[in-house]
Design a protein around this ligand. Structure first.
Ligand code: HEC
Length: 133
């Protein structure tokens, strides 16, 4: 039985063509997003109180605690990074699920819950860097 020596090359060619199609479709999507001024896909909510609406179902209307513990005094317990991690990854084995809000919003929310400051977390980081110089 003789194998056709052209088949492996044909397979590679087909894979290459598929890759080109996939990449151009992805590229077109990106182009659309950039044209709409919306590179992240979803618009990021920068108001922590609005973001916290995703949490009140379990943590209470004023985050005072309900079926889940109070989030009003997190600063005494966790750092901003720890709270951000809880929001992004959840607490394993509990009803606290990660990824309820996008990670950009998690950063803003964590900053607000721990420090009480409503400033954009990313901006706050930048300004502390500037002060250090
Ligand atoms: C489906 C219900 C539910 C939702 C929605 C929810 N949580 Fe939780 N969360 C819980 C539960 C239950 C716990 C307690 C887990 C445990 O037993 O340690 C918890 C714990 C936490 C803790 C740790 C509190 C502590 O004192 O140790 C933080 C921080 C937290 N949640 C933040 C959030 C934030 C921020 C949101 C909104 C983005 C949110 N949670 C949405 C159920 C929820």
């Amino acid at each position: 039985m003789k194998r056709n020596p052209v088949i492996p090359f044909a397979l590679i060619a087909v894979l290459g063509i598929l890759a080109m199609i996939v990449l151009s479709v992805v590229g077109l999507n990106e182009q659309d997003k950039i044209a709409n001024g919306d590179q992240e896909g979803d618009t990021v909510n920068t108001d922590p109180e609005a973001i916290a609406q995703s949490c009140i179902g379990c943590h209470g209307g004023d985050l005072e605690g309900a079926s889940a513990p109070s989030l009003q005094d997190l600063g005494s317990k966790y750092s901003v990074e720890e709270v951000e991690d809880i929001i992004n990854n959840g607490i394993e084995g509990t009803a606290m699920q990660g990824g309820i809000v996008p990670s950009e919003e998690a950063a803003i929310l964590a900053e607000w819950l721990v420090t009480g400051e409503t400033g954009d977390a990313a901006e706050a980081e930048e300004s502390t860097e500037e002060e250090a110089h």
